[in-house]
Design a binder for this molecule. Structure first.
Ligand SMILES: C[S@@+](CC[C@H](N)C(=O)[O-])C[C@H]1O[C@@H](n2cnc3c(N)ncnc32)[C@H](O)[C@@H]1O
Length: 273
């Protein structure tokens, strides 16, 4: 579908509500990964940053705390409403509901930043070309994207557990808009090159992330966000209960004295205008 309409409907619908309700959990879980991207952004007083797909604004606010002037843009009204609640009257940070792929920019940003907000474009070359236009000459792209599911057991484990309950459907193209759309480095390099970026670099960011103290806490999240939550929207109640039990058992088997921890792998993608 053209113009990111499907993603806009998705993030403005039930997923927007779900994300808002688990935002604190998500931010805690993702911080070990995003701290690497925030550090690499080298935000300080005088730095102007665009945070793309900023969601409820956790990274926008962190970058502003470091002294930068930051605009967070997101296609979801629900998430930007929450981000504005967090920001209150703070100076140096603002939020806007916008499709980052087509928004008009003035070419005055030092950094285009994102934590997992740039893998959802219908036309990634056009979108990254537009994001490049947000940067000053010499400005930097500094975005975090997911590596392949096999390197992200925290997501692939529930996906595997629910396979027997999935309705028959053609396998999606891994490069379709979605969390793993930029996992392939050659493909991403090609997109960014076509979009006019240079000095393209990939930094592996691999961390153990804490999904919760126990399986109940993990399941609270899993029923809102992720593959199980999507399955629950399309299957009958009995099938849903079986799928929930299957995911519970998989996560239960991962319990340790330090809670449930699994590895997560992202790529920090850097490039220059
Ligand atoms: C996985 S969430 C990440 C949110 C946030 N960066 C975080 O880490 O908590 C992806 C975000 O990208 C946003 N998004 C998707 N497509 C977008 C687009 N074309 N323009 C702006 N935001 C978009 C979604 O609304 C969603 O908030």
């Amino acid at each position: 579908m053209a113009n990111n309409e499907e993603q806009s409907a998705y993030w403005n619908g039930q997923m927007g509500d779900a994300w808002v309700s688990v935002e604190t959990y998500i931010d805690r879980m993702l911080s070990p990964l995003s701290d690497v991207a925030v550090k690499a952004a080298d935000a300080k007083s005088g730095t102007k940053i665009l945070d793309v797909g900023c969601g409820c604004g956790p990274t926008t606010l962190k970058l502003a705390d470091l002294g930068a002037e930051v605009l967070g843009v997101d296609i979801s009204q629900k998430m930007i409403d929450r981000a504005n609640e967090h920001a209150g009257e703070r100076s140096g940070v603002s939020f806007k509901v916008a499709d980052a792929a087509s928004e008009h920019y003035n070419g005055d940003y030092d950094i285009v930043f994102s934590r997992f907000g740039v893998m959802f474009f219908d036309d990634p070359v056009a979108a990254f070309n537009n994001l490049r236009s947000a940067l000053k000459p010499g400005g930097r792209l500094n975005v975090l994207v997911w590596q392949a599911p096999v390197k992200n057991p925290w997501m692939s484990l529930p996906a595997r557990a629910i396979e027997p309950y999935q309705p028959d459907a053609p396998a999606p193209d891994p490069k379709d808009p979605g969390p793993f759309a930029m996992a392939d480095r050659d493909y991403t390099r090609d997109i960014l090159t076509q979009a006019g970026f240079t000095d393209i670099e990939f930094v592996d960011v691999e961390k153990s992330i804490n999904l919760g103290k126990d399986v109940d806490e993990v399941m609270d999240f899993q029923t809102y966000v992720g593959p199980l939550s999507r399955l629950l929207e399309v299957v009958d109640e009995a099938t849903g209960m079986l799928a929930i039990q299957a995911v519970r058992e998989e996560f239960g088997a991962q319990q340790t004295n330090d809670g449930i921890n699994l590895s997560a792998s992202a790529l920090l993608v850097k490039a220059t205008r």
